[in-house]
Design a protein around this ligand. Structure first.
Ligand SMILES: O=C(O)CCC(=O)C(=O)O
Length: 276
């Protein structure tokens, strides 16, 4: 098998299929770091339209996210198209193509006690399919005990589709979701196969949108900055539902439910259309 990302191997693909998550050390070249960290600074100071923030302007107790800025920010546009993150996602998903859904900046300021709640990504999004995954890239160091992600290994195969939970109060749209809550992983950690890794800048975690994951707070003295990109593979289909992210809705989408989401708002970063 020929891979498009220089670090992908058969073993890594097998681990991704089995576990629903892999760590790829050094996946992103340091050449991208300065621009992305500058973007993070500017976004924290002047948040874009899709930001969520537990403590606006604060330097502590602040979990800040901002997404879908690649259409207007040249640094992000170049990162999503040119850094290889799309190729990494496509290779691991076993997909010929990868469409970008959105990118997301994820910042935990020093001494932010709030964890990222355990959740699955897919129920937040108006898509279904096995080949949907994220590439989460550390831009600052993060340890498993302080703010790096943890995963329930193999949970992508469990068939669950759990109600999204808000990271902050500003995600009101989630309230419309109807469905069962995510299992309370934290209440009984021993009962689950939890895996996590210490991360250095440029290391990536690639995980299925079905994999349950969360993160502890950041009680360290340094800011944690990461950028995630969300990818749709060949088998992804449009599946709008109450309580799904409003950045892309039925009014934008030229196809119906159950169809492949060929849409200019979801740029085809890797490969040609599956039907070509
Ligand atoms: O960075 C975090 O704390 C949460 C990230 C996350 O849940 C995700 O990227 O899906």
């Amino acid at each position: 098998m020929e891979y498009r990302h220089r670090l992908v191997t058969d073993d890594l693909c097998e681990a991704f299929a089995r576990d629903g998550v892999v760590r790829v050390p050094g996946a992103v070249d340091p050449v991208w770091f300065d621009g992305l960290l500058e973007y993070a600074e500017s976004e924290l100071a002047r948040p874009g339209p899709w930001a969520t923030d537990t403590n606006p302007g604060g330097t502590t107790e602040r979990l800040f996210t901002s997404r879908y800025n690649w259409p207007t920010d040249e640094r992000l546009r170049r990162f999503v198209f040119e850094s290889g993150v799309g190729e990494l996602a496509a290779d691991l998903m076993g997909s010929r193509t990868a469409r970008l859904y959105f990118e997301q900046l994820l910042v935990k300021e020093p001494r932010t006690t709030a964890p990222t709640p355990w959740h699955q990504d897919l129920p937040y999004w108006p898509f279904l399919g096995e080949q949907i995954a994220s590439v989460w890239v550390a831009l600052t160091p993060a340890t498993v005990s302080q703010s790096a992600l943890e995963f329930v290994r193999g949970s992508h195969l469990g068939g669950g589709y759990y109600a999204p939970v808000s990271f902050t109060e500003s995600s009101d749209w989630l309230a419309d979701f109807v469905g069962e809550p995510c299992p309370d992983i934290e209440a009984d950690r021993e009962a689950f196969d939890i895996v996590g890794w210490d991360m250095e800048p440029g290391d990536a975690l690639v995980f299925s949108a079905w994999t349950i994951h969360g993160a502890p707070g950041n009680e360290a003295d340094r800011r944690r900055v990461a950028i995630a990109t969300r990818w749709l593979g060949d088998s992804a289909v449009w599946a709008p539902h109450p309580g799904s992210d409003p950045i892309i809705t039925e009014e934008h989408m030229p196809v119906g439910p159950g169809e492949y989401p060929a849409c200019d708002l979801l740029p085809l970063v890797v490969g040609g259309r599956p039907a070509d």
